[in-house]
Design a protein around this ligand. Structure first.
Ligand code: KG4
Ligand code: ZN
Length: 335
């Protein structure tokens, strides 16, 4: 079965073609980062309009690269949620229109399921069961994955998601959107040990997270340490590093705890923050110290993309799942 995957939940238009025998045939992505940068965050209406413009050309590019025609598409999978309602509706309408035109089955996929299955696209893919750390702009969750569709939520953020915390810290540090990569880059020139931020909710048992306190800590440190001219480059870099270390350390402590609690040693890291180099290094160290086996998607597939949706949809379609004619767009949708 050859499945066309369509991702439009936020600010990336992603299209991919996944084949049962040959795996990922082609994928293409258009990032809207530049369009939203001036506003300091995603503007939903601009996102929807840009998805409309990009979907068809991207789809044609993917088919060209795969050496396929429209008639080679056996089924279509699209992100049905969670995400921005307007952006979701664009993908959903496109998917249903195309499916109707081609007379092929169509299926709405959960965006976070796409993220958590993304490491399956790699040559070294995890076997079930595994623990997934999902860290994106909207979610921070630890999930026990028994099999496709069998997910147990072990813990999640009670306030800001990790990516959201990165984005907010970035704004305080005078950095642009998206904040995660910018904070990580600035942290590279920080001096370790100058500041130590708390590791929220790690002294209590449990697998929930809280990142909003780190935001306050960031703001207060910048205010208290700044000279009359404001926060200089050195101070900002030191704060960026302390912030990143606190987030990374907190995530690592909870991952270790989740593995100990469940006895599952395979750990998958997915979602945009999974692209963070310090996090990847810190978690990879658990392989030596805690007999963990770490699995990451390639960097391109940590952030939003069509390949993960094509893959997740493929797995469900092959298992016989189909949607009816209803176009799904579900802004809030628990995994
Ligand atoms: O998964 P994703 O692309 O979109 C959502 O579904 O939310 O994640 C985007 C989030 C943003 O908050 C962004 O700042 C963060 O992932 N991010 C990073 C890095 N790259 C992206 N955070 C920290 N370090 C990075 N290198
Ligand atoms: Zn995402």
């Amino acid at each position: 079965m050859r499945v066309l995957g369509i991702e439009t939940s936020c600010d990336e238009t992603g299209i991919a073609l996944y084949d049962s025998n040959d795996g990922l045939l082609a994928h293409a992505l258009h990032s809207q980062v530049a369009a939203h940068a001036a506003y300091g965050g995603v503007v939903p209406e601009l996102a929807s309009r840009d998805h409309i413009r990009r979907l068809l050309p991207l789809c044609e590019r993917v088919l060209d690269e795969a050496g396929c025609g429209r008639e080679d598409i056996d089924a279509i999978a699209y992100t049905a949620g969670p995400g921005l309602i307007g952006a979701l509706l664009v993908g959903s309408t496109f998917a249903h229109g195309l499916a109707r035109g081609l007379d092929v089955p169509v299926l709405g996929v959960h965006h976070m399921e796409g993220h958590l299955l993304a490491p399956m696209l790699e040559e070294r893919a995890p076997a079930f069961p595994f623990i997934a750390l999902l860290v994106s702009g909207g979610h921070t969750q630890l999930v026990k994955v028994e099999a496709l569709g069998r997910y147990e939520l072990l813990g999640e953020s009670v306030d800001d998601a990790a990516g959201e915390a990165f984005d907010k810290a970035a704004r305080m540090l005078g950095l642009g959107y998206p904040g995660g990569p910018a904070v990580a880059k600035m942290a590279l020139s920080g001096t370790p040990g100058r500041f130590r931020f708390p590791r929220p909710m790690t002294s209590k048992p449990g697998l929930d997270f809280s990142f909003s306190g780190l935001k306050t800590y960031t703001r207060n440190t910048l205010r208290d340490e700044a000279g009359p001219e404001g926060a200089d480059e050195t101070l900002r870099a030191d704060v960026a590093l302390a912030f990143e270390q606190a987030v990374v350390d907190t995530l690592a402590i909870k991952c270790r705890r989740a593995m100990e609690q469940t006895g599952v040693r395979r750990l998958v890291v997915a979602g945009g923050v999974g692209a963070n180099r310090a996090l990847r290094e810190r978690l990879t160290a658990l392989e030596g110290s805690h007999q963990a086996e770490l699995f990451f998607p390639r960097l391109d597939f940590c952030t939003d993309n069509g390949a993960m949706i094509a893959y997740a949809g493929h797995e469900r379609l092959v298992a016989g799942q189909r949607d009816g004619t209803e176009m799904l767009a579900v802004p809030r949708w628990p995994l």
